[in-house]
Ligand binder design. Sequence first.
Ligand SMILES: Nc1ncnc2c1ncn2[C@@H]1O[C@H](COP(=O)(O)OP(=O)(O)O)[C@@H](O)[C@H]1O
Ligand SMILES: [Mg+2]
Length: 278
Amino acid sequence: MTTDRQVTMVGAPSLRPDVAAVGEEPLLEASGVSKVFAARGVQALDSIDLVLKRGQFASIIGPSGCGKSTLLKIMAGLVAPSGGRVVLQGTPVLEPRRDIGIMFQQATLLPWRTTIENVLLPIEIRDGSRAANARRDAVRALLDLVGLTNFEKAYPHELSGGMAQRVAICRMLVTEPAVLLLDEPFGALDELTREYMNVELQRVCLQKQATAFMVTHSIPEAVFLADVVYVMTPRPGRIAQVVPVDLPRPRTLEMMTEPGFAEVVRRVRSGLDRGGHG
Ligand SMILES: Nc1ncnc2c1ncn2[C@@H]1O[C@H](COP(=O)(O)OP(=O)(O)O)[C@@H](O)[C@H]1O
Ligand SMILES: [Mg+2]
């Protein structure tokens, strides 16, 4: 059986010089975003403000049920906020858009389609099969990027969980979105695979100079990937604290045992604790 470690590329593409890459202009902005699920009388979110700069990786962490997925769906245009708004590249997000890429915990690949056909699906749905066919070479490059070079013709049942999520990464990237929205993308994977996929996700994001927003309930995961961690309170979700992560890139798993990493983890944890009492 092929493991996720074996499919990883040995010669990683060159990484961007990191400091200059995060721009100053806001790419995605949420202002005063609130959400009440009226039918059940649940206030999920209370006046969330956040700004994502171009090239920035932001994590958002909070206890289960605090509204993280709701916030991500609002940012994706899948759910309408009760108040406030989300603006991406200067335009309010009112519905799902071509410039937004999303990834969830489950890859939800179509079992009767091969890897390459699954990745091409968003293009096929949006622009038709001729347009999809024209993108085959671009998809092969994406599959190379995530270490799936030899799995173009594989079916989902032939892939491990980590490999399926690699396919989902390609499917998210195929439309060349301006922002990536990730809801616990590796939450269903075992711990070791999950750590490894985080290293891979970082590599892909550096290579693509991606702007990304990731939901997680793991403190180390939030810190490992992020330039900034937003800490949320229990429901109704509010931003309790914003913790910058000034650790050099590319980050390695070894860095997670170092004092600098532990210090950021401590700050996130204290933000969570304080949020719990607020
Ligand atoms: N469609 C919905 N209808 C009613 N309540 C919902 C709906 N979606 C989420 N909620 C409620 O909103 C709260 C936040 O949910 P969610 O955003 O999934 O939290 P998280 O992702 O942080 O675990 C929860 O109390 C949940 O039950
Ligand atoms: Mg959730």
